[in-house]
Design a protein around this ligand. Structure first.
Ligand SMILES: *[C@@H]1O[C@H](CO)[C@@H](O)[C@H](O)[C@H]1NC(C)=O
Length: 278
């Protein structure tokens, strides 16, 4: 009898250990919480404001369509444009698809001119969304990220207007121009110089992402009250300083986009956002 109950105790211990490690695995494996957990994600910690550099984004443009910002000829963007405002957690993960709120273009009709200009997509084709299936770049940003910015940002209109206001207030292109970092297809600039220029202007450390040596994205972070804060530095034994955790080399370029006269092939190619928490 004694040995039988011992076996029982051992079995339940094994079960407990297995359950515990399964939960751990789940916690490690799932970086974003999936759709069926709507409402169960905890409140975010800070905002990550992602900007895109058009000269780099447009370099590989092969197809044109009305929605592609690269295809506007002389009206193509020449300064950083908005990618999105992403609520993030301090541990490097982020919530997604938090509230069942389908993107509705009518809600932001008064912002559309500004959004076309400052928040363009650089691709043809639609992108994945949480509740509409597939849709516009803006639908993706609102449904996947915007819905998680509650209670700071409470609805679709506020999400887009808040983001536009941040964009006007923190003019990264101006800061870089004033520090002498002008768009160029020949110059290379020290990454550290670009980072310092932003630090001096906004009192926070940004993070840059590159495609080879070309600046592709720039991330500025904000506390929930929209005061600038440093980009989180994820330290590990192999990458123990800021520069090695960025995908940029020590010298980077800010390429000018020159329209390569791509045909306006109507065959829209489906696309996936790079460098983005999908
Ligand atoms: C940012 O600054 C540049 C240079 O001063 C200016 O041309 C541009 O209009 C500004 N952008 C926004 C969105 O205010």
């Amino acid at each position: 009898m004694a040995s039988f109950s011992l076996i029982l105790i051992r079995l339940s211990l094994v079960a407990a250990v297995l359950t515990a490690s399964f939960c751990q695995l789940k916690a490690i494996g799932i970086r974003e919480v999936v759709d069926d957990a709507v409402g169960e994600q905890r409140e975010f910690d800070y905002f990550n404001f992602a900007l895109q550099w058009p000269g780099t984004q447009c370099k590989n443009t092969r197809h044109c369509c009305p929605s592609n910002g690269c295809c506007r000829g002389s009206n193509a963007p020449t300064e950083f444009t908005i990618h999105g405002l992403w609520p993030d957690y301090n541990d490097g993960t982020w919530p997604s698809c938090c509230k069942k709120s389908k993107f509705d273009e009518k809600e932001i009709s008064t912002l559309l001119d500004a959004l076309e200009k400052y928040w363009p997509s650089y691709r043809c084709g639609s992108t994945s969304t949480c509740y509409s299936g597939e849709g516009l770049f803006w639908a993706h940003e609102w449904e996947k990220h915007g819905t998680c910015s509650f209670p700071v940002v409470r609805d679709e209109y506020s999400y887009f207007s808040t983001t536009l206001n941040l964009y006007f207030k923190y003019n990264v292109t101006r800061v870089l121009n004033e520090a002498g970092y002008l768009p160029s297809n020949t110059e290379k600039y020290p990454l550290g110089g670009i980072v310092s220029a932003i630090q001096n202007a906004f009192h926070a450390t940004p993070k840059l992402d590159c495609s080879k040596d070309a600046v592709n994205e720039l991330h500025l972070c904000f506390y929930k009250d929209f005061k600038p804060r440093d980009y989180i530095i994820e330290r590990s034994p192999e990458n123990d300083n800021y520069f090695s955790s960025s995908s940029c080399p020590k010298y980077v370029s800010l390429p000018v986009y020159t329209s390569s006269g791509v045909d306006d092939a109507t065959a829209a190619i489906p696309w996936i956002l790079e460098n983005e928490p999908l």
